[in-house]
Design a protein around this ligand. Sequence first.
Ligand SMILES: [Fe+2]
Length: 387
Amino acid sequence: MALSSYQAKDLFQWFIDKEDIVVLDVRNSTDFNRFQVESPYPFEMINVSYYDFMETEEECVAKVPKGRAIRIVCAKEGSAKYVGEILLKHGFDDVCYLTGGIKTWGNLLVPKVVKESDDYTLYQFIRPGKASCSYGLCSGEEMMLFDPSRNIEFYIDFAQKKNCKIIKTFETHLQADYIAGSRQIAEKTGADFFGGADFEGTKAGNKTVTEGEIHTFSKSGPEIKVLFTPGHTPGSLTFIVDDSYMISGDTVLIQSIGRPDLGGKVDEWAVLLFNTIQKVAKLDESLYVLPGHYMDWNEANENLIFCQTFKDVQQRNKEVFSLTDKNDFIQYIKDHMRKQPPEYALIRLANGNMEQYDPDKQEELDLGKNECAATAYAQAQAAKENG
Ligand SMILES: [Fe+2]
């Protein structure tokens, strides 16, 4: 039996289909603990490093369950192939390796239809490797993007397949946790790139927006209203689509809100965020929240889309939304603070086009889960770090 390969999107589909697979990650334990594949459902994953396979082959092979479908993951591809051959030699018959290694998982985007009507289609692009979401809005032969990631070919191909031209691309804020795609998409396609006050003084080349301004498609289609929602960053924006959907960036998340301490000015930004939370709390609670990040798949709805009513979101985050005193709010934020990954400063520079990194460096900076939420994920990370 020959060794075969699979792609990141196949792996995601197997997870969704609850296929009986075992993921064998052959990277070292440090890399494995830092970043690994995740599924919406429980699955079996083991970590036995490629070096261990080289040194103690028999012992390592014995750790891999026989008679199961083995899906190997490694950093680049070569070591997964190496281990795959060893397993075949030992009588395993369903063994595949991930083409391109873990970074292809990190860059994977999964499109989901949030809403389809005669007038428009709204897509959520889930990035399981980053636990983040970007959005596409198509109407007629035009498409708008919100917070695209650096896998820009994906968005350009997607638009082409939908027979659409990308006309506008928006950033909800100057992202710190991943390299954004709007600038390059604008350069490649001629789309207009819009960003808020976060981009002032940068070389991102975006157009700016004003509070309450409305964006439209050239023929029919929904209206997109811009709201200023500072706090997670001073220039954070929220986009209200068709008076029905709230593309909230990292301001309102389904579980938690965006942390306001990433800029090193927690007191100032927490006050901004407090005022923003008071402001958005007045929005229609039947709006659907479409967040920039999630912490866990249990935030998704029954169709595995991260989309919940604002009423439900406020309920889930009662702890935050019930804080009507500014000082209590600031204290709450401080109680949930933790250090930010050092690469965030470099990612900000890349997103402001203040620094240019080669593709390998970009890949390295961009890999790994986000740390944008103020609560749940922080606790999970702290628990991990402490043991
Ligand atoms: Fe963020």
